[in-house]
Design a protein. Sequence first.
Length: 198
Amino acid sequence: MMSNIVNNKKMIWYSLAVLAVAAVILTVIMLISPGGKNASAENGTDVVDVKTVKIDDSSRHARGLYKHKVDDINDTALIVELFEEMALENIAGEYAVEISQEGDTLVLAVNLTEAVQTADKKVFDANMEICAQQMLALMPQVGRVQWTYPMITTGSSEEASVGSLDRVEFASSLGKAPEYFGKSEDNIKKLLEKQKES
């Protein structure tokens, strides 16, 4: 009887030790795993881990993007699939999408929930412009893409920051209209190549 009690106590201690080790490993994995987030800001807001987007201009990637072209803007499942193919969440963190009509222009608004540090604003907006160019080429009904995100300024205070790209700015920057690049898989590859060069 006494040996059973001693064995049970040992088993309980072993179990607690294993649980403690598992908890430490899980915490480490959560801290180092990539997910678009960095450490939280002083006010507890999640902060996007901003890195310059590396453009994949391979035929395989161009095929994947073109395969997810959104011809019907009302099909939200297609939009989600395109954004997953673009790896938008890895670039920008968590987001919500709204589509609205402003005069004759259909506006796709990407509202980001995670904050960006002031020092990262330029790189982040450049990354989002790359995404917006791909969206305009692959979503022919959209006339303007807009992105809004909280930006951490001095200390831990936040202010909203807004960026946008429309079809005229797209053509001015890339030399051809979004429709040109969106009409075939080969032309999407040309867009990716131009993005990689700039």
